[in-house]
Design a protein around this ligand. Structure first.
Ligand code: GLA
Length: 358
């Protein structure tokens, strides 16, 4: 049997954080680096053996696996096998070889890149719709790995388009490409704090629970049904601030799309800055270290800078001119190091293609 090879990219969210499980909007890009999976099927085998160049050890996954059987990075793979089986798709055993250029723990969704590449390789002969692959990956993550995440990472990885951001509506699941005006010498920098994010560790689930409680308090199935000002009706406290982040963030995503379409990069930068403030003060998912990187990028001239991803570490995305990109890349790492933090790494990125068979 021939090898099946699939590639899926990591993602970078430009704006729209924690809006996915609230059925709101986000504006991510697929990155130009990702995970490649080579699958050699062995119809005689009832086990999938996975080896990875970026994770320790080899993992053996029984085709009859169920939640709890595999832990660590192998759980993402086992979760895919389990989700496929639950959905009525059979997978042969065999060998999976995994190589990845997405840094783990940087908030660029190495996990979604892995899930999407594995699912594409395992289902290469079935040609499943992309939305179904996204849901299978989410099921793996929610119900096998145990992280109650939304669909942002998987949809970005599966629907990426070169030089386009993706407006995602998480109620309809429509994905609309929005061109980024790179002809205006705009640059997108990803500044990896090198402080690993840990959203599986309870804080992410707590944010989700607060948002659901806020919607219930308003008598609505989700915050998507709320009017932009509905947070004002909630009693003072945590739920009110969480809801204010989500409702203002949804509005910022739509305004960011208008700004991109009008090539108004100053306005886009302003919205990114406001998003960061909202994540820091209302959603409380940033850290002093991440806030310092954002402030330093702004001081060095960024049009906008904000934490990207689930929070509590990971990466900052900065929008800047070519000159400011040079200054930030040259000066920011040492400034952060002098404040006693790990030296950040900086990448100049452009949107890349979505997941595909090779
Ligand atoms: C993580 C989750 C996503 C999304 C983001 C926050 O990346 O996996 O589903 O909720 O955090 O926007």
């Amino acid at each position: 049997m021939n090898d099946r090879r699939a590639y899926a990219p990591g993602r970078l969210n430009l704006i729209g954080e924690h809006t996915d499980y609230n059925l709101g909007y986000a504006l991510p890009i697929a990155l130009q680096f990702g995970t490649t999976v080579t699958f050699r099927a062995d119809p005689e085998s009832t086990v999938l053996t996975a080896v990875s160049d970026s994770e320790d050890g080899r993992v053996d996954i029984g085709l009859d696996t169920s939640p709890g059987a595999v832990e660590g990075w192998g759980a993402y793979l086992a979760g895919c096998v389990w989700a496929l089986r639950e959905a009525g798709h059979t997978t042969p055993g065999g060998r999976l070889e995994i190589t990845s250029t997405v840094p783990v723990g940087s908030g660029l969704s190495s996990s979604a890149a892995l899930e999407c590449a594995v699912l594409l390789a395992l289902t290469a002969d079935h040609d499943l719709p992309r939305h179904e692959l996204a849901r299978l990956a989410q099921r793996a993550e929610n119900d096998y790995v145990g992280a109650p995440t939304g669909l942002l990472d998987q949809l970005a990885s599966l629907f990426g388009e070169p030089d386009n951001a993706l407006l995602i509506d998480f109620r309809s699941l429509d994905v609309t490409p929005v061109p980024i005006p790179f002809d205006q010498s705009v640059r997108i920098l990803v500044i990896d704090s090198r402080a690993p994010h840990r959203h599986a560790a309870g804080e992410y689930a707590a944010r989700r629970a607060s948002c659901e409680a806020a919607a219930a308090h308003l008598g609505l199935p989700s915050l998507r049904e709320a009017t932009p000002d509905a947070w004002r009706e909630l009693p003072e406290g945590t739920e009110k601030r969480r809801a204010r982040h989500i409702l203002t963030e949804n509005a910022r995503v739509l305004a960011a799309v208008d700004a991109l379409r009008g090539a108004d990069l100053v306005q886009l930068g302003r919205l990114m800055n406001e998003s960061h403030t909202s994540m820091r003060d209302d959603f409380e998912i940033t850290t002093d270290h991440i806030d310092l990187i954002v402030e330093t990028a702004s001081e060095l001239g960024a049009l906008g800078a904000r934490m990207t991803g689930g929070g509590f570490g990971g990466s900052v995305v900065a929008l800047c001119s070519a000159d400011d990109a040079r200054r930030i890349t040259a000066d920011l790492p040492a400034m952060i190091e002098r404040a006693g933090h790990p030296t950040p790494t900086i990448r100049d990125v452009r949107p890349g293609a979505g997941a595909h068979l090779l």
